[in-house]
Design a protein around this ligand. Structure first.
Ligand code: HEC
Ligand code: HEC
Length: 325
């Protein structure tokens, strides 16, 4: 064998070994983390079971428990206080606020304190949690220093601790779905409701209580124990987006089961029903910042309230300066 040939074999052999080592290194489990951070489209949900049992861990676990079983602690028969309607935060923030497209909490740590048009001020996480307490849970505020508020805020911030700031990731919040060219149809929505929703939420939309009626097994969609008219989900685009991606409910995320039209129509039917009418005089201090589907005047445009509630929205949206969630 000539010297040149030997050199050739050695170089090829070394190259193969190097390639193999590189492939092996990048396939190690530790590398996953690195590649996830490289790809802002993915959220690596932190695992509560990996948190050491320190006092901080106890607070995080209590926060998570409050998000999942809110009624047990703060509902009409709650063991800490009676300051909410019987629903749980998790009813709208699925899997304790970790499900993609299920109104998850990933962005909170990186975006609060944040200016919001609804209040016209910079909001803390505590302020935002109390918004959902007073509106989505049609209840009362928690004291910022209460153990319950400290625990929920700690948990929500911990969830988003590794999420890069200033990047809109896929599956955050409630997705926007395309607008319909027509108004959403309450009549068509009722048919969808009867066919697809009553098995869990009951024919009267009142949901289903657990055995001792201390909490809901299936939450109500309207009526005195449901969210009030000032809740974010009362805006048709929020409700339709939530329903499209998450209902009928599946234990494991399974992707949309309804068409956009079905989601808009069933949302219109739900929001056409009776619910608590609590309003906040200080909301939307700048009327030009009201979202296109905020259904209470006065408006900066001349479209009627009914159109702001059910659409068609495209023309309104063209007029509105911006849409604020
Ligand atoms: C009836 C449904 C509903 C319930 C119940 C509910 N929320 Fe919300 N929550 C929403 C909606 C809708 C939004 C706004 C999402 C959007 O506009 O995309 C929101 C937003 C939030 C945000 C801000 C998220 C962000 O990224 O800006 C926090 C924090 C929050 N909720 C906490 C809670 C807590 C804590 C509870 C229980 C005490 C709760 N929510 C119960 C519907 C609900
Ligand atoms: C298999 C049972 C099931 C079916 C069918 C179902 N849901 Fe739900 N729904 C649930 C559960 C369970 C939750 C709360 C999720 C949680 O707490 O993890 C929920 C939550 C909701 C919520 C948010 C909380 C509230 O009460 O306002 C809305 C809105 C909703 N469902 C609408 C619908 C609509 C519309 C349909 C029909 C298209 C539907 N659901 C079909 C089980 C179901």
């Amino acid at each position: 064998m000539s010297k040149n040939f030997l050199k050739y074999y050695i170089i090829t052999g070394l190259s193969l070994i190097i390639c193999g080592a590189v492939i092996f290194y990048y396939s190690l489990p530790g590398f996953r983390k690195f590649s996830v951070q490289q790809d802002p489209a993915m959220w690596d949900v932190p695992d509560i079971d990996t948190v050491q049992s320190t006092s901080e861990a106890a607070l995080l676990r209590y926060g998570r428990e409050l998000i999942i079983n809110t009624a047990k602690w703060l509902g009409p028969k709650g063991s800490v206080a009676h300051i909410s309607n019987g629903m749980n935060c998790e009813n709208c923030h699925l899997d304790a606020g970790t499900r993609l497209d299920g109104n998850c909490f990933a962005m909170v740590a990186g975006t609060y304190p944040k200016f919001r048009e609804r209040s016209g001020r910079k909001e803390s996480v505590e302020f935002r949690v109390n918004d959902c307490m007073e509106r989505s849970l049609n209840g009362e505020k928690l004291d910022s220093l209460s153990k319950e508020m400290r625990a929920m805020v700690a948990y929500i911030l911990w969830l988003g601790k590794d999420v890069p700031k200033g990047i809109k990731m896929k599956g955050m919040g409630i997705p926007d779905i395309p607008l319909l060219q027509r108004a959403a149809s309450i009549g068509n929505g009722e048919k969808i409701f009867v066919a697809r929703c009553t098995s869990c939420h009951a024919a009267n939309g009142g949901g289903l209580f657990n055995a001792d009626s201390s909490a809901y097994f299936y939450p109500p969609l309207w009526g005195e124990h449901s969210y009030n008219v000032s809740a974010g989900i009362y805006r048709l685009s929020r409700l339709a987006g939530y329903i499209k991606y998450n209902m009928p409910f599946m234990k494991e995320p399974a992707g949309p089961q309804l068409s956009d039209e079905e989601a808009w129509d069933v949302a219109a039917f739900i929001n056409s029903q009776q619910r608590p009418e609590k309003m906040f005089a200080s909301d939307w201090p700048k009327i030009t910042s009201k979202p296109f589907d905020y259904p209470f005047g006065p408006f900066a445009d001349s479209f009627p309230e009914l159109q702001h509630k059910y659409g068609p929205f495209a023309a309104i949206k063209k007029h509105s300066v911006k849409t604020s969630h």
